[in-house]
Design a protein around this ligand. Structure first.
Ligand code: IMP
Ligand code: MG
Length: 178
């Protein structure tokens, strides 16, 4: 089993890149049917989703646009901790189908937050696509319309996902060795 050491932790390969690409092709096949004739704008969520967005986008053959957003942490005035604000949406999405592209949905806090903020921009509809989903952890009501792969509740790196900023460049997915 291929292993990597990132900072203080060891990881071993769990999903090879060809399986990732096959899963993305399946999503693209569905989207190419579902999105025909619609005004589509993909929203890649930085940083993690950049590889997924890039590989998926190349497989889409309907007219569409893409842009990228970031969730910026800022200190709230309340003592309840960090809030995350969606930044970088300059595109006019009103009347369009926006398709959120996420690297991974874990508890779902992030996706719920993004969908909530996006509704303020009055798109026609919102669709959610994620490369990875941890179904044992996800317990929110937001429908995940397109799922690349369901994975166990383990920490992974690679394919855009990081451990403390490192490991995003790995083409395969690696799982933390406990
Ligand atoms: P959620 O809000 O709990 O759904 O977590 C979503 C965010 O946490 C993702 O966008 C990732 O940035 C990060 N995350 C969750 N699980 C993992 C993992 O296994 N590896 C790396 N990042 C993760
Ligand atoms: Mg992310």
């Amino acid at each position: 089993m291929k292993k990597v050491k990132i900072l203080d932790k060891e990881f071993e390969v769990s999903i090879p890149s060809d399986e990732i690409q096959d899963a993305i092709q399946k999503i693209a096949d569905r989207m190419n049917v579902d999105f025909a004739g619609k005004e589509i704008i993909f929203l890649g969520i930085l940083n993690g989703a950049f590889m997924f967005a890039s590989d998926l986008f190349k497989k889409i053959n309907v007219d569409c646009r893409i842009t990228f957003l970031k969730l910026a942490s800022y200190e709230g005035t309340r003592s309840t901790g960090t809030l995350k604000r969606l930044i970088g949406l300059n595109e006019d999405v009103s009347g369009a189908t926006v398709v959120i592209l996420e690297d991974i949905v874990d508890t779902g806090h992030t996706i719920v937050d993004i969908v909530k903020q996006l509704k303020g921009y009055e798109p026609k509809e919102i669709k959610v696509a994620t490369m990875f989903l941890k179904p044992d952890v996800y317990d929110k009501d937001v429908k995940i319309d397109y799922i690349g792969m369901e994975i166990p509740n383990d920490f992974i790196v690679g394919y855009g996902l990081d451990y403390d900023g490192y490991g995003r460049n790995l083409a395969d997915i690696y799982t933390l060795i406990k």
